[in-house]
Design a protein around this ligand. Structure first.
Ligand code: ADP
Ligand code: GLC
Length: 488
């Protein structure tokens, strides 16, 4: 086989694991460089220089400078971290703050997020056009609304431009800002049009990316179809229908080295598909750690999630009495909305020993739950891809998921026909209501009671390919087609 021609891609995002992470976006952006290298695609990743990012890039060198980037001086720094070739924008007036990438410690969005992420896109477009000496990417890959203006800066700037791809990780976050921002972010008045950045009288960052990128991808085939429907299109379905021929769904993978039950040193006992029984040690450790009754016969439902409406956590709280009545337990790890956290805390007090968990972000416990819980619940109202069910498959925790987005694409429901054909890796339910979730929990309890069937679910789940190998090949093929087409 001839070696694949090398290709240069600049990936642009507000998060990249392990530099900075609030959710799955970071996992994907952090995984792409490693996944694409064997495909002959060299990825550089451009992120804002939050304090944590700059600290990790100790020995970075300045490769480009601005006297004024959205209101202050800035530099683009080049460095590496954890094998990722990183470009970070050092702009103290925009990024030198404590809090999350998007909000202050009280959870209020930074008032200047429009400027902060316009700066990310502006710098990406400049690097895309050759601002960094010796570097000219063939393609710029923008992720989510924070990078949505990349295609806009490239369209309204002068000179040859690289190809652009816009990936939607979550259509619910669109980045809308007042029209008055336009002159401050340096886009021309003509860009404020229906086929430009204008969106219902405001500036839409994601809308701009969807309107102007050469190609759009999203993180599962089912979500790619869903976002073109009025029910799930969140106001952008019309535009996405118009651009239907330029929309592709490519499933995410997970990093199978980070998530490897045979080598995971964050869990009590390592195991693999031939030693599934060793999970019992992890189960007991999880029960002890969280204060659940140490009982091998109680089915543990695990949850690892952001506590938000998207994830259906309010429904789960509603059905907890029934879950406990079935003899099951709940092990929860979640961070997010206070009201939901309080709902779980109240349930944990009421059902001590049966419902327990930790409110916060904790990677060790995320591994502990995947390794020790019997099933993993993901009752999302919508889910572009979802990564936790992929980790669950790999760790032999049977996923119990809503039939939506990437959940529908990655789990095979263990209905009678599937079981007869020795297929089925989990339990799927719809619609996303308390009743259907209750039925799914009851079905899971029934499957668990039939040990050979349950082992079959676990074994097939663990044998499922959840790696980046196939998705990376699809991205690389798409990149190549687009770049060849662009060159003609
Ligand atoms: P989303 O990005 O919508 O939150 P995903 O399933 O795509 O959902 O990705 C979530 C990622 O964040 C996974 O890697 C998951 O393990 C991790 N995660 C979510 N909540 C927590 C938490 N409270 N503590 C540790 N990791 C978490
Ligand atoms: C978003 C989505 C999630 C997806 C992740 C990575 O956060 O909510 O479903 O897995 O992005 O693409």
């Amino acid at each position: 086989m001839s070696p694949k021609a090398s290709m240069q891609v600049l990936s642009v995002a507000s998060e990249a694991y392990p530099l900075v992470k609030t959710g799955g976006l970071a996992d994907v952006v952090g995984a792409l460089p490693h996944a694409l290298a064997p495909e002959g695609v060299a990825v550089r990743t451009l992120v804002p220089g939050y304090p944590g990012v700059l600290a990790l890039l100790g020995d970075a060198t300045a490769v480009h400078a601005y006297d004024d980037l959205m209101g202050g001086p800035a530099r683009v720094l080049a460095g590496t971290h954890a094998g990722i070739d990183v470009l970070a924008i050092e702009a103290p007036h925009l990024y030198r703050r404590t809090g999350t990438p998007y909000a202050d410690a009280q959870g209020r969005d930074w008032a200047d997020n429009g400027l902060r992420f316009a700066a990310l896109a502006r710098a990406a477009a400049d690097v895309g056009r050759g601002a960094v000496a010796g570097y000219r990417p063939d393609l710029v890959h923008a992720h989510d609304w924070q990078a949505g203006l990349v295609p806009a800066y490239l369209r309204y700037g002068a000179g040859p431009r690289p190809v652009t791809v816009m990936t939607v990780h979550n259509l619910a976050f669109q980045g809308q800002f007042p029209a008055s921002l336009l002159p401050r972010i340096g886009l021309p008045a003509e860009s404020f049009s229906v086929d430009g950045v204008e969106y219902y009288g405001a500036i839409g960052f994601l809308k701009a990316g969807l309107a102007m990128a050469d190609h759009i991808t999203t993180v599962s085939p089912t979500y790619a179809a869903e976002i073109r429907s009025s029910e799930s299109g969140m106001g952008l379905d019309g535009l996405l229908r118009q651009r239907a021929s330029a929309v592709t769904g490519i499933l995410n993978g997970i990093d199978i080295d980070v998530w490897d039950p045979a080598r995971d040193d964050r869990i009590a006992a390592r195991f693999d598909v031939r030693r599934v029984k060793a999970r019992a040690v992890n189960k007991a450790a999880l029960q002890a750690k969280l204060g659940l009754d140490v009982d091998p016969d109680a089915l543990i439902f695990g949850v690892v999630t952001r506590l938000t409406w998207q994830k259906g956590m309010d429904l789960l709280i509603e059905v907890l009495p029934r879950l406990v009545q079935c003899g099951a337990q709940l092990a929860l790890l979640g961070s997010g909305e206070d009201a939901i956290a309080q709902g779980f805390a109240a349930a944990a007090r009421r059902h001590a020993g049966r419902i327990a968990g930790l409110i916060g972000y904790n990677e060790d416990l995320a591994h502990g739950i995947q390794a020790g819980a019997d099933a993993l619940l993901v009752p999302s109202r919508f889910e572009p891809c979802g990564l936790t069910q992929l980790c669950a498959l790999r760790y032999g925790a049977v996923p119990v998921v809503a039939r939506t987005g990437g959940l529908a694409d990655t789990v095979v429901d263990a209905n009678e026909m599937a079981l007869a054909a020795k297929a089925g890796t989990g339990v799927m339910f719809s619609p996303v209501t308390a009743d259907a979730l209750t039925t799914a929990i009851e079905r899971t309890v029934a499957l668990w009671a039939d040990k050979p069937t349950w082992r079959g679910l676990q074994r097939r789940g663990m044998a499922t390919d959840v790696s980046w190998t196939r998705p990376a090949a699809r991205y690389a093929a798409l990149y190549r087609t687009l770049v060849e087409h662009h060159a003609q």
